[in-house]
Unconditional design. Structure first.
Length: 111
């Protein structure tokens, strides 16, 4: 069953630009190299220069496990460790009958 992950990073002051450079690469490689990663948004809260919010969708828990063991993720995690004050991860179940893979595929056909 598809599910979503959110991650809120609270960063040390003046580390957001360096963090975002590494995050852009991690997000791009996740979408390119992980078939189970359906969606990966990097969001910047307005008025908060020390936070970054992620919204990710995976085909299933196994796909998320693959993501957490991917070399690009492990490299990102190690490189940003000293930039992060706190990291809050939440998992969300998708509604029964709503297959986000179909939603993503439909959007790709429109683009």
């Amino acid at each position: 069953m598809t599910f979503a992950i959110t991650v809120l990073f609270e960063l040390k002051p003046r580390h957001r630009e360096g963090f975002l450079g590494l995050m852009r690469e991690n997000a791009a490689l996740s979408l390119r190299d992980e078939p189970g990663c359906l969606h990966f948004d990097v969001l910047l809260p307005e008025g908060d220069d020390d936070s970054v919010f992620l919204y990710e969708i995976y085909t299933d828990e196994a796909a998320f496990d693959v993501h957490r063991q991917a070399s690009h993720f492990l490299t990102f995690d190690k490189a940003t460790n000293d930039m992060v004050v706190t990291k809050t991860v939440k998992r969300f179940a998708c509604l029964d009958g709503l297959d986000l893979r179909q939603v993503v595929a439909a959007r790709e056909r429109v683009d």
